[in-house]
Every structure is written in structure tokens, then in C-alpha cells.
Ligand binder design. Sequence first.
Ligand SMILES: [Zn+2]
Ligand SMILES: [Zn+2]
Length: 185
Amino acid sequence: MRDRASNLAAANAVEQTHLLTRFWNDGFAQDSTALAPADRFIALAFLQPYAEWLAQSGHSTSAAMRHATCSICASEPICAVLRDQDHVARRSLVCSLCMNEWTFPRVVCPACGEDRFESLPVFTPQEIPHVRIDACESCHHYIKTIDMTKDGLAVPIVDELAAVSLDLWAADNGYQKLTPNLAGV
Ligand SMILES: [Zn+2]
Ligand SMILES: [Zn+2]
């Protein structure tokens, strides 16, 4: 990572621009294999504050393909969040790039739209009870959910990143993450 970063820092503007443009235009979040892991991390870390600024300024960089993708930049969600609203846990999804958050039905797979309750198992680890895996038996994708009704001080992006043990468990059990986080997991 350090070697690649120093190579890029010493490279000319054309090469630097090419990496960022490719990440921005090529459906980066949807296809994590399009770029080498180090390139993906560098581009994501570099562009994320800009995307967040665009989202907060009300810009839209792209039209969302599905409701399960961000309406600002069309990226996949990095995690879901449950919050108490009038004694009902409301679910929202958090964008993996610009941090935009939008309401999403609780019993729907964000990857394939499956909405049969029995096909959407939830796995909650004992050691981190406020972070859980929402999986789908139809498409075998999963997304982590940060349950703020259990821990009101949780920080979704940080807790998602920290609960890497759940990703290992999910991979061992045949589930694929909707999109990798900043660490490429
Ligand atoms: Zn977004
Ligand atoms: Zn699914």
C-alpha cells in the first residue's frame, strides 16, 4: 500500500487522474475486483470526502439504478442502521461512498429485492449484540446492520468496519458482502 501510494504520488497527473476517473466512472462499489485492492483503497479514501461534500450540497452525481443504491451517487450501501422512531425500529441504508442515508424497508434484501421473511435470516453475535448480519438465502448476499436501538452511541461506519469477525463468519458460511468497506473487507 505504501509503495503504491508513493509511486502514485510521484506519477504524473495523467496517471493519477486516470485512477480516480476509473474509480469514479466504472461502478467502483459494484465491482470491487475492477481495481487492485491498494488502488481501490487510495481512490476511495481520496474521493470519499468529495462525494460526501457533493451529497451534503444536494448534488447528484448519478441516477440510482435501484432504490437499494444511493440516490446521490448510485453506490451500494455499506451498512444498514436501525433507529427507534415512535417505538418502531426504522431501517435505513448508508452509502459506501458519500455517506448519504435513506430509508429502506426492513424485510427486503437490498441486493435482489427478496421480501419473504423466511428467506432473510438474521445472525446476531453474542459478543457484539448491536451489530448483526442480515443475509439473503435467495442471492446469498449480506449486509451488516448497526442496531442503534440496542446501542444509541454506535457510529455505523466505524462499527461496521470494526466488526470484521462477522465478515469472516459470513464468508465461511457462503455469503457475499454487498460491497466491501474502506479496508476492502
Ligand atoms: Zn452515495
Ligand atoms: Zn437477495
